[in-house]
Ligand binder design. Structure first.
Ligand code: TRP
Length: 452
């Protein structure tokens, strides 16, 4: 085993780092966007079902594979299943990590620029200007490339410091900061005038919405991204655990905290949104975070402080997630190609930066073709999101659940869980979920995507 592999300092360190991976832009921006587009509280219900019955079993499955094999996705499947097409899981993991990081870091770059604007008073321009401000900012090529590159450089620096001194140390500082910011903002948002309407929208389900099968598809997709599933991020993080560390309760904690933080983000976004005249909850996307909310920060007394807190929250959440995205291909290069951690972090980081450039130029600041690709009809950025989020992650997740449930097999995996003594979920319940429920739901999701 390579000297560079590394290990968590403690089980708590692992839980914090894995939670840091899970909690990101997906929770604070993606989740409220999906709730807004999926019709409000009904989506929240479906989401909770998807998390518990479809995603949590896969999350535990990834961690079992990592802890048992003490290797990242490619090493693990090669060792546990030398025959068959399972190496595809390894390929998907490395490429999804690299390419998701390339567009994710562009948005992370925006959050840092907004933080800067909030601190320097640049958000003060007034409500009408917020939409225009975003369009202008997203079109500033050099500034966005610079901010994206900076974010990637800090991520690579942290990953280069190693598992305990880099990834775990960052999570130990960032996660408490994130939680405090989240609480302050939630309290501020629910006490805004007009917050009641937003809360009703968020909490009172309109059950007629449930007739749309698309809701389940959207909920599974969102939960997958939010929990960092489908590309072996948790196989990788699990591989730095000691074989004696217990993982069932750790998996429950990661799922619980990630879901709690997504729900809390809804308590910020919806009351805040509905307190602005003419707010449409289905706005979603960049418009919601970067155009709608700054209106509020511009008009609220002391709003810039909350604006700064909000964009700091987003930057911090994004940072612990970009770390995990980079760590997957970096650990692959260390395990499989025997690279040093330094060489791996620098090379993969640089490669991601190169791919992130066309992503950053997809918003009007670059060649027109990037903003609207011929044939595909969408920007380069949209294309990347589509390929990697909408296709690669569910396919990866399906392969991982089949691999754990059927190829390596629940007999082996269950034995690995039983070693820990009694706990929840029982290996039997978990076995049924990962063999039947999760793969069936993912096949349904993939068919739904093919049909649309
Ligand atoms: N889960 C993170 C979020 O919600 C994003 C993320 C980090 C991710 N690592 C991942 C998504 C691995 C999929 C796979 O923003």
């Amino acid at each position: 085993m390579s000297e560079d592999r590394g290990r968590w300092g403690s089980r708590t360190g692992f839980i914090l780092a894995a939670t840091g991976s899970a909690v990101g832009l997906g929770n604070i921006w993606g989740f409220p966007t999906q709730v807004g587009q999926g019709g409000g509280a009904a989506f929240v219900l479906v989401y909770l079902v998807a998390v518990l019955f479809i995603c949590a079993p896969i999350l535990l499955g990834e961690i079992v594979v990592g802890r048992y094999s003490q290797l990242g996705p490619m090493g693990a499947v090669r060792r546990l299943a030398p025959t068959g097409p399972w190496w595809l899981i390894g390929i998907l993991a490395v490429s999804a990590g690299t390419f998701i990081l390339s567009f994710y870091s562009v948005i992370a770059g925006w959050t840092v620029q907004y933080l800067w604007l909030a601190v320097t008073g640049g958000l003060e321009s007034g409500p009408e200007a917020s939409g225009a401000l975003f369009t202008e900012l997203a079109g500033q090529s050099w500034r966005n490339i610079f901010a994206t590159g900076l974010f990637l450089a800090v991520t690579a620096w942290c990953v280069n410091r190693g598992i305990k001194r880099g990834i775990e140390a960052a999570a130990r500082i960032m996660m408490p900061v994130l939680f405090v910011l989240l609480m302050i903002l939630a309290v501020r948002a629910v006490t805004l005038p007009g917050a009641g309407e937003g809360l009703a929208y968020y909490l009172r389900p309109d059950l007629s919405q449930l007739r749309d099968p698309g809701i389940l598809g959207a909920a599974v997709g969102q939960a997958f991204f939010s929990l960092s599933l489908g590309m072996g991020a948790l196989i990788t993080y699990g591989s730095y655990l000691h074989r004696s560390h217990k993982i069932r309760s750790a998996a429950m904690a990661i799922v619980g905290i990630d879901t709690l933080i997504a729900l809390l983000a809804g308590f910020i976004i919806f009351p805040a949104g509905f307190s602005i005249a003419g707010f449409d909850p289905a706005t979603g996307g960049p418009g919601l975070i970067f155009a709608v909310l700054p209106q509020l920060f511009a008009t609220l007394p002391g709003g810039l402080i909350f604006g700064a807190a909000f964009f700091l929250l987003l930057s911090v959440a994004a940072f612990t997630s970009t770390i995990s995205l980079l760590e997957v291909p970096v650990s692959h290069a260390i395990d499989q190609w025997r690279w040093s951690r330094r060489k791996a972090a620098a090379t993969v980081g640089l490669f991601c930066f190169v791919v992130s450039i066309p992503c950053a130029l997809s918003f009007g600041g670059g060649p027109a073709a990037l903003a609207d690709l011929p044939v595909i009809g969408g920007s380069f950025f949209d294309l990347m999101v589509n390929v990697w989020n909408e296709w690669a992650l569910p396919i990866g997740g399906l392969l991982i659940s089949l691999f754990v449930g059927w190829r390596w097999g629940v007999a082996h995996a269950g034995k690995e869980l039983r070693r820990e003594g009694p706990g929840f979920p029982s290996p039997k319940l978990w076995g049924v979920l990962i063999r039947f429920v999760s793969p069936a739901a993912l096949v349904f999701l993939i068919l739904l995507r093919i049909a649309s």
